[in-house]
Design a protein around this ligand. Structure first.
Ligand code: GDP
Length: 195
């Protein structure tokens, strides 16, 4: 899929600031540095639309990217940053929760984890939360170009065990370096959003 027009449309901290266009929305979530901006840029075949995480944890807002007026990617800033105070975390947790629990345009969440590592407690908590609210979730294991082919099964098992993935949840290996997983991720987005 190719989209030519992509805009960072708005940042929102509460419901009044959500877009009003009624386009389907796909959320991207994962700890900082997991490769979220790279994934967005790869999916959109662009060099850098999404900002990279040079100032991690600072802007704790939901960022809506309007993709050719067909759908929004909703970037939920990375969790797991020590710099962010407990209070800030709690506040931002509420922003995410309100969005996930009330937003009818929200069609699914991509949870990004690093293919090289065991998912963190934060990853597990996020996944658990999504399951509890029966939100469709795609787990994307990023930076797969950094692991050897013969380690993939082991890493897949590690990720599935730690997150306690349910059979209906997919795990896709992804690389913004090689483009691996690009088509599968887009297919999931299309299925979820109907675009
Ligand atoms: P974000 O904080 O989640 O948005 O992470 P970024 O997309 O900024 O990526 C963090 C770092 O990981 C950067 O140095 C990227 O170049 C690198 N990176 C991201 N995705 C990949 C990937 O698929 N393969 C490799 N080798 N490096 C990646």
């Amino acid at each position: 899929m190719q989209f030519s027009q992509i805009d960072m449309e708005m940042s929102a901290v509460d419901e009044k600031q959500y877009p009003t266009k009624h386009l389907p929305e796909i959320v991207l979530s994962g700890r900082s540095n997991v490769g979220k901006s790279s994934l967005i840029n790869t999916l959109l075949s662009r060099k850098s639309i999404a900002r990279t995480s040079s100032t991690p944890g600072k802007t704790q807002t939901l960022n809506f990217y309007n993709i050719a007026s067909k759908l929004y990617f909703v970037d939920v800033p990375g969790y797991g940053y020590a710099k962010v105070s407990k209070k800030q975390r709690e506040q931002f947790g509420k922003i995410i929760e309100t969005y996930l629990q009330t937003r009818s345009e929200m069609k699914g969440v991509m949870l990004l984890v690093d293919a090289r590592h065991t998912p963190t407690e934060d990853d597990f908590n996020m996944y658990n939360y999504l399951k509890y609210y029966e939100i469709d979730t795609l787990v994307v294991a990023t930076k797969v170009d950094k692991i050897k082919r013969n380690q993939r099964d082991k890493q897949a098992r590690l990720i599935m065990d730690k997150l306690q993935l349910e059979p209906e949840d997919n795990l896709i290996f992804f690389s913004s370096e090689t483009g691996e997983g690009h088509d599968d991720v887009w297919q999931w987005i299309q299925t979820q959003s109907g675009v």
